[in-house]
Ligand binder design. Structure first.
Ligand code: FAD
Ligand code: A2P
Length: 275
């Protein structure tokens, strides 16, 4: 009798659990092309602010469909945050954009990346240069106290085509200034320079142009970049990264890596059209 009871407790079909599953705790849609979401954090996951991991959903044939995503939350956060594009026909994001609180995603807990403090030599000012979803690693780094311990001034330049695309970063910076833990640290050090290129806004123009014509230095009351004082981290499209690198080299900065820290580092915000 006892044996029968036990047998009856076994489900007819085994319940499938996703490998490396994490549960969605919040979702926010910023525009029809951009959303952010938070998930539970694996207890064993340690990462450096600025790194990325592979996340995704189960695809056809029970195979995980994974893509690289920068972790947008800082390394001290109890949860993980991601900031995502919605590509209408994108294999992952055409589905990922519909996730809801309580859903599960796959997260491979192997963080990597070059946008980390260890890949830069010490300096006075650090420039975060991003277009579009390229702000994600800086959403992590801007919320990390280590960033302000390492630098006197941190400049976040974020450029998008339209004003609404800047909103995630704008709110993040505003909340940082109000944050009881890090607000005072950030107050004098973080300079935010958001620009648009295809819709009128208070500050306009491409990052490359605003660096080359000196407008950003004049607007913020900073000297032009030089290799002794300035460090930079870059995250955007391939074309953007290519053009920014040329500008930084013009100011005398050299590209570094985890294995050889120098004056600037670069990461792709996505792989796509471009150079
Ligand atoms: P895919 O087949 O991967 O892409 C289809 C096309 O959509 C691409 O060819 C490209 O033209 C375009 N596209 C893809 N991603 C973007 C994007 N982010 N912005 C603009 N156009 C894009 N994406 C994020 O949204 N947030 C991140 O934090 C992020 N971090 C990344 C970090 C690294 C190191 C790399 C290499 C990529 C990162 N990506 C990020 C891109 C991400 O890996 C996927 O490409 C994206 O989620 C779309 O997946 P998909 O399967 O829907 O379409
Ligand atoms: P622009 O509107 O002048 O092309 P995208 O949506 O195409 O990825 O672009 C995001 C932002 O990055 C836009 O403001 C765009 O400006 C800018 N951008 C695109 N390519 C470059 C580049 N090669 N150099 C500097 N800025 C760029």
């Amino acid at each position: 009798m006892t044996e029968l009871t036990i047998l009856n407790d076994i489900p007819a079909t085994p319940v499938k659990t996703l490998p490396d599953a994490q549960t969605v705790t919040a979702v926010h849609h910023w525009t029809d092309r951009l959303f952010s979401f938070r998930v539970t954090r694996p207890k064993s996951l340690r990462f450096r602010s600025g790194e990325f991991v592979m996340i995704g959903l189960m695809g056809d044939n029970d195979k995980p469909l994974l893509r690289a995503y920068s972790i947008a939350s800082p390394s001290w956060d109890e949860e993980l945050e991601f900031y995502s594009i919605k590509v209408p026909d994108g294999p992952l994001t055409s589905r990922l954009q519909h996730i809801k609180v309580g859903d599960q995603i796959i997260l491979r807990p192997k963080p990597v990346g070059t946008l980390v403090h260890d890949a830069l030599l010490p300096g006075d000012r650090c420039w975060f240069l991003a277009t579009g979803t390229g702000i994600a690693p800086f959403a992590s780094l801007m919320r990390d106290p280590e960033t302000y311990e390492k630098y006197d001034t941190v400049i976040m330049m974020h450029t998008c085509r339209e004003v609404a695309e800047l909103e995630y970063g704008r709110q993040l910076v505003a909340n940082l200034h109000d944050d009881p833990l890090i607000g005072d640290l950030v107050a004098d050090k973080l300079r935010y320079y958001p620009t648009t290129t295809r819709e009128a806004s208070p500050l306009m123009g491409r990052i490359t142009d605003n660096l080359l014509n000196g407008k950003v230095f004049a607007d913020l009351g900073l000297p032009p970049m030089d290799a002794e004082h300035d460090r930079a981290m870059v995250c955007g499209s391939l074309a953007f990264n290519h053009d920014v690198k040329a500008v930084l080299e013009k100011f005398g900065l050299r590209e570094g890596a985890n294995s050889e820290p120098l004056e600037y580092v670069v990461e792709k915000a996505f792989v796509g059209d471009g150079i």
